[in-house]
Design a protein around this ligand. Structure first.
Ligand SMILES: Nc1ncnc2c1ncn2[C@@H]1O[C@H](COP(=O)(O)OP(=O)(O)OP(=O)(O)O)[C@@H](O)[C@H]1O
Ligand SMILES: [Mg+2]
Length: 190
């Protein structure tokens, strides 16, 4: 590991790396979903994980987001230890899940407001931030549509907007472009 350690065991942000993973594993019984993974990601770098279905990409992302406990090994994201500081990590990163984590029975703008609330964006800033996200995703004209009635690509745009609403330092995108057309991909920069 390149990061220094505090006495408490919490990781101090490495100057060079945004993510550091050392011998990280996740086993489900006999199944080794992730087995001894080691890599670093530099600050400002766009990093992709490629692999066939079932090769452990989602499992790796979820461990780095602090959602899933590793079986063994260590890792840090945004300078925080994935084992010891998982709650702090969740507030500082954005995560767009492979499965939509949107509420189908809320409208587009209601979903954004909900995530803005969950992420504790100050009330004074919330309205403005929701508008910024609607504009970024090109969803202004659909803001009152029920999410259930959106096409897959529009849902994807909304899910990305929800993941970005709290201005995270780092964003994890799991299969972000499935269903999004090339023009929209360029708009999002993905
Ligand atoms: N909660 C779980 N319990 C048991 N096995 C699991 C669990 N979650 C994932 N797995 C298994 O772990 C392996 C890795 O799954 P994972 O979802 O990380 O792969 P992936 O690379 O993201 O695949 P895909 O390309 O299909 O999204 C698979 O064999 C999967 O069945
Ligand atoms: Mg996956």
């Amino acid at each position: 590991m390149n990061s220094e350690k505090e006495h408490s065991g919490a990781t101090i942000a490495s100057a060079e790396f945004a993510i550091e993973v050392q011998d990280l594993s996740k086993h489900y019984g006999d199944l080794k979903a992730v087995d001894g993974l080691t890599f670093n990601v530099r600050r400002g770098e766009v990093f992709g994980i490629l692999g066939p279905n079932g090769s452990g990409k989602t499992t790796t992302i979820r461990m780095l987001c602090g959602i899933l406990q590793p079986t063994s090994g260590s890792g840090q994201a945004v300078g925080l230890d994935v084992l010891l500081e998982s709650e702090k990590i969740k507030s500082r990163i954005g995560y767009m899940s492979q499965k939509f984590s949107l509420y189908d029975d809320l409208t587009v703008v209601e979903n954004l407001r909900f995530y803005a609330g969950v992420q504790a964006i100050p009330r004074s800033r919330r309205k403005e931030r929701v508008q910024e996200m609607l504009a970024l995703a090109g969803l202004e004209n659909r803001q009152d549509q029920m999410t259930a009635h959106l096409s897959g690509g529009w849902k994807q745009r909304l899910a990305l907007s929800c993941a970005l609403v709290h201005e995270p330092e780092m964003i994890f995108l799991d299969e972000p472009t499935a269903g999004v057309d090339p023009v929209s991909r360029r708009r999002f920069g993905i």
